[in-house]
Design a protein around this ligand. Structure first.
Ligand code: SF4
Length: 335
């Protein structure tokens, strides 16, 4: 029997941030001027160990989770990450193991990750225009490094990558059509993400949000699209297919078309705090309970109880809530 919350949403997906460090400083996540960007990251002792992550994934698998997404910061910066992937991929019940990465370190790790049992990769890429890329990545990294990472993933056998692109009005919206054109016929799916008020340091302003409906119209006028019929319940993106067979494109519209109704995602931060929503302000510390000797059976009851009383639907309520709600930082939560 799946565990369901107060809105009868089943617990199905687990997102684990395995590290809060990153080699980029994306303005919508960890802008350079934010305190954290000055390098005040969690020291190794505070991070969940591989064994603690494995225990937690086993507990969630026992509660019906089959999909695990590893996020960060930048997960590939975590020492021994490939070994962690092979431990998680071996857990009974986990049938879908995915990674979200900025791809810069993929040339070094893609093959080993494939052998370790990683199933899917989502790459963050906000523009193919080098200067726009640098503006959004905090003057770090390059388009070439990300494209080399995507190529390394392809050579290692990863197919149908998702390409996550955060769209900001007057920042990168004028470069979106080039990015869409680049990935048509590639087998990869670009997912255009409305700029969200995640965390507390990304200077979010609704004026900077370009509604997906506007982008959809612009793209459809250039390359006619039709909605993809079969879309799994709980998927964050609304997907469309190009009429000319060039593939698909997705829209993640948390601001203008919230999708809390079937949100089945639990999240754990790199230091072992459980959150039931991307926009949560308050979480439950699990790491210290493990270190105090709590076993898998007791942890199972803790998680069951947390999910059963879950009622989050921030995106649906956003416009009715007072502004400047406190949220956990995106680089801690991992998206
Ligand atoms: S706002 Fe929270 S409840 Fe709604 S879809 Fe996002 S994570 Fe789920």
């Amino acid at each position: 029997m799946p565990v369901t919350d107060t809105l009868t949403r089943p617990l199905k997906d687990l997102r684990i941030s395995v590290l809060d460090r990153c080699n980029l400083r994306c303005t919508y996540c960890m802008p350079e001027e934010s305190l954290h960007a000055r390098g005040v990251f969690l020291r190794p002792h505070y991070l969940l160990s591989d064994g603690e992550i494995e225990l937690l994934v086993r507990v969630f698998a026992g509660l019906g989770v089959h999909k695990v997404r590893l996020t960060g910061g930048e997960p590939l910066l975590r020492p021994g990450f490939v070994e962690l992937v092979s431990r998680i991929s071996a857990i009974e019940g986990i049938t879908d193991l995915a990674l979200t990465s900025n791809a810069i370190l993929l040339p070094r790790h893609a093959e080993a990750l494939k052998k370790a049992g990683l199933g899917r990769i989502t790459v963050s890429l906000d523009s193919l225009d080098e200067s726009v890329f640098r503006i959004m990545a905090g003057d770090r990294g390059s388009v070439k490094e990300v494209l080399d990472g995507i190529e390394a993933a392809e050579l290692a056998g990863f197919k149908h990558l998702k390409i996550n692109t955060v769209v900001q009005r007057n920042i990168n919206d004028h470069t979106i059509m080039d990015l869409v054109a680049h990935f048509r016929h590639s087998g990869h799916t670009v997912r255009l993400i409305e700029f969200m008020d995640v965390g507390n340091v990304n200077n979010w302003n609704r004026e900077l949000v370009l509604p997906s409906a506007d982008l959809l119209k612009t793209i459809h006028d250039r390359w006619p699209l039709h909605p993809v019929a079969e879309q799994p319940v709980g998927e964050t993106a609304r997907r469309y297919a190009f009429n000319d067979g060039a593939g698909q494109i997705g829209f993640i519209s948390s601001i203008t078309e919230p999708f809390c109704g079937d949100c089945s995602r639990a999240r754990i931060t790199a230091d072992g705090v459980f959150y039931s929503c991307l926009f949560s302000a308050k979480g439950t510390v699990l790491r210290d309970r493990i270190r105090d000797g709590l076993g898998a059976d007791e942890m199972t009851e803790v998680i069951r109880e947390l999910w059963t009383r879950r009622a989050d639907r921030y995106s649906e309520l956003r416009s009715h809530l007072p502004r400047h709600q406190q949220h956990v930082e995106m680089y801690r939560m991992g998206g």
